[in-house]
Design a protein around this ligand. Structure first.
Ligand SMILES: Cc1cc2nc3c(=O)[nH]c(=O)nc-3n(C[C@H](O)[C@H](O)[C@H](O)COP(=O)(O)O)c2cc1C
Length: 256
């Protein structure tokens, strides 16, 4: 017999063993995860404040170490988005130096390099940009700083003193934010590219020196017909991301 649990607040019991779908939650989450993708062309329509507040309320449920909730988000709408877009782009075009608050990866090797290349090719293929077309490749890269025409951007920051685990908590927040956006009919683009100009963001948005920029998220309504939104990235087989350990270490040693 499958174990059952009582869902807090409901008094309902649901099957939690086997392959049971706990009250439809598995299927709902599966769909949100399957449908979400990084949107790189938005429609200009602003998202109503009430919808953004629902999104933020869901994201706020993110767990964090010691429940520190180290995230603080700088969020733009209307003229503030246009201002940030224009000034950031001007900063980039003027050759403003990249200065991320957290160091970017030094290199991508092996499977990481391959996966990075694959999603890069998918992106450029979707736009008909051929390998070696530096001008169009750079042009598309710069779309990051145009926020892919999104009406809103969220800059996620963490408390400097909380170090790597504060950043981990903010990564969890970022994911909840993306899934919450999907659940509300919105689309989003997580962007480390924005964090590469952390110094600009500190100055422009008044982000205090004791906070670190983790990532930006452009969001709004997707342009579903734009080719850049037409491809989906792959994932490794889940089993290849897991090493199972069964039985005691002593037993394994005994039979070795
Ligand atoms: C922390 C983080 C930073 C990212 N930075 C960028 C970025 O700067 N520009 C971009 O176009 N996509 C960026 N992405 C999107 C990834 O390329 C994308 O999530 C990945 O290729 C998987 O594709 P999917 O989101 O469509 O499933 C970022 C994603 C994450 C999680």
């Amino acid at each position: 017999m499958s174990p059952t649990s009582t869902r807090p607040g409901t008094g309902e019991t649901s099957e939690v063993g086997g392959l049971g779908d706990a009250g439809g939650l598995y299927e709902a989450l599966r769909r949100i995860l399957a449908d979400r993708y990084t949107c790189r062309q938005f429609r200009p329509d602003p998202v109503p404040r009430a919808t953004i507040e629902r999104l933020l309320a869901l994201a706020q449920r993110t767990p964090s170490w010691c429940n520190t909730q180290p995230w603080h988000v700088h969020l733009t709408e209307g003229a503030a988005t246009e201002d940030l877009r224009a000034r950031l782009l001007a900063h980039v075009h003027a050759g403003g130096p990249t200065a991320p608050d957290f160091p970017f990866p030094a290199q991508y090797t092996g499977a990481y390099r391959e996966r990075r290349r694959e999603c890069g090719f998918q992106l450029y293929d979707s736009l008909g940009i051929s390998k070696g077309d530096v001008d169009r490749t750079v042009r598309q890269m710069l779309r990051n700083f145009e926020l892919f025409d999104a009406p809103h951007v969220a800059i996620i920051t963490t408390e400097a003193d909380l170090g790597v685990y504060g950043a981990v908590d903010c990564g969890l927040y970022l994911n909840t934010f993306l899934l919450a956006a999907q659940s509300l009919g919105l689309a989003a683009a997580p962007q480390a590219a924005l964090a590469s100009y952390s110094d600009f963001l500190h100055a422009h948005l008044g982000i205090p020196a004791d906070r670190r920029v983790v990532a930006g998220v452009s969001f709004g309504y997707p342009d579903p017909d734009h080719p850049v939104n037409g491809f989906r990235t792959t994932r490794e087989q889940p089993g290849n991301a897991v090493t199972w350990h069964t039985g005691s270490v002593d037993a394994a040693t005994a039979t070795a």
